[in-house]
Design a protein around this ligand. Structure first.
Ligand code: GDP
Length: 190
């Protein structure tokens, strides 16, 4: 029997931890991945599928790269995805403003995002580092922007992709919202 499959776009600046997050997911759900401290920057797309037995469905993740020249490709994925994860490096205070601008542009530039009801999960990554911003500080910046997405559920959650802390909880949050939004964005069956 075919299982429902939801596609999730993993976005964020380069070096935010997108690849590490995807490998951490594969590690936890599929038991096959690279050692998390041996990951090299993504060039082009990085795709991975995990199976969630408890929800009887598959999640397909697309990490499409966060370098400036790749960001213009992001909107071409919005029409097909069921959820978006935006990863922030909480320890990189120097790039927080850039990160905020990129998120704001993403939200205001494309009506598909606010109209489709697709959930948007912001992950405050690298919480294991001592000098990281608290999740509350990240919330203050990003929740104001996320309010512009009328139809979408959004949330900011703390994680460490490197230690995998909070990773499973983040998927638990997302899957419930994608299933709730399936009238607007039905899953595909594979
Ligand atoms: P990407 O460019 O967004 O795909 O970022 P990567 O996954 O390649 O990670 C960039 C760097 O940040 C690598 O050196 C990772 O080991 C490191 N990194 C990623 N996540 C974490 C984390 O949760 N904690 C710490 N301390 N380092 C991390």
């Amino acid at each position: 029997m075919k299982s429902p499959q939801y596609s999730v776009l993993i976005l964020g600046l380069d070096n935010a931890g997108k690849t590490t997050f995807l490998e951490s997911l594969k590690n936890q759900y599929n038991q096959q991945s690279k050692p998390l401290d041996k990951i090299t920057p993504t060039v082009g797309q990085n795709v991975g599928v995990i199976h969630l037995p408890a929800n009887s469905c598959n999640l397909k993740f697309w990490d499409v790269g966060g370098q400036q020249n790749l960001r213009k490709l992001w909107p071409s994925y919005y029409a097909q995805c069921h959820g978006i994860i935006f990863i922030v490096d909480s320890s990189d205070k120097l790039r927080l403003n850039e990160c905020k601008e990129v998120f704001l542009n993403m939200v205001i530039e494309d009506d598909q995002l606010s109209d489709s009801g697709i959930p948007i999960l912001m992950l405050a990554n690298k919480q294991d580092k001592e000098d990281s911003l608290e999740v509350q500080d990240i919330k203050e910046i990003f929740n104001k922007i996320a309010e512009k997405l009328d139809a979408s559920d959004s949330r900011v959650l703390p994680i460490s992709a490197l230690t995998s802390k909070g990773v499973k909880e983040s998927i638990d949050w997302l899957i419930v919202r994608m299933q709730r939004n399936k009238k607007n964005r039905p899953p595909t069956y594979r």
